[in-house]
Ligand binder design. Structure first.
Ligand code: FES
Ligand code: FES
Length: 162
């Protein structure tokens, strides 16, 4: 067993874990943050995307120990002060989800995309930026609309939005 400690959604979290423990297992099993999903386990679907030190990563293929000392944000950490993050609100406003299984990963990937590329994203840029995320319900049309709105509204906010 190894000791791992990281800051998750602004709170320190520590545990003794098997060295093989994946970040998604640490988040879901140790911290009960079950908003991060596992859809494939092979780094293809994006359901497990979280932010580590401000960048989107697939937590199903990241060892928890490699995040020792890191700042981790999950879908549960996006809303602030009881208010949805603009990207979450945009998915709600545009019906950017059907079953919702892919949604946490889509939103985390979309926030990262806007942080990297800025808010002026056309449809092609959004589709390209989210090509590591699969929606099995195939709701891509409304997902793209959601990300476009979320990007615009993130631009109107102070940089603290994450
Ligand atoms: Fe991580 Fe599918 S569960 S990419
Ligand atoms: Fe069902 Fe995307 S909404 S998998």
């Amino acid at each position: 067993m190894v000791h791992v400690t990281m800051t998750v959604n602004g709170r320190q979290a520590s545990a003794e874990v098997d060295p093989r423990t994946l970040l998604v297992q640490f988040l879901r099993d140790n911290l009960r943050l079950t908003g991060t999903h596992v859809g494939c386990d092979t780094s293809q679907c994006g359901a497990c995307v979280v932010h580590v030190d401000g960048e989107a990563i697939k937590s199903c293929t990241t060892l928890a120990v490699t995040c020792n000392g890191a700042q981790v944000t999950t879908i549960e950490g996006l809303a602030q002060g009881g208010k949805l993050h603009p990207m979450q609100q945009a998915f709600q406003d545009n019906h950017g989800l059907q079953c919702g299984f892919c949604t946490p990963g889509m939103i985390m990937a979309a926030v990262d995309l806007v942080n990297r590329e800025g808010p002026n994203l056309d449809e092609a840029a959004i589709r390209h930026g989210l090509d590591g995320n699969i929606c099995r319900c195939t709701g891509y049309h409304n997902i793209v609309k959601s990300v476009a709105q979320g990007a615009r509204e993130m631009a109107a906010l102070p940089k603290a939005a994450e």
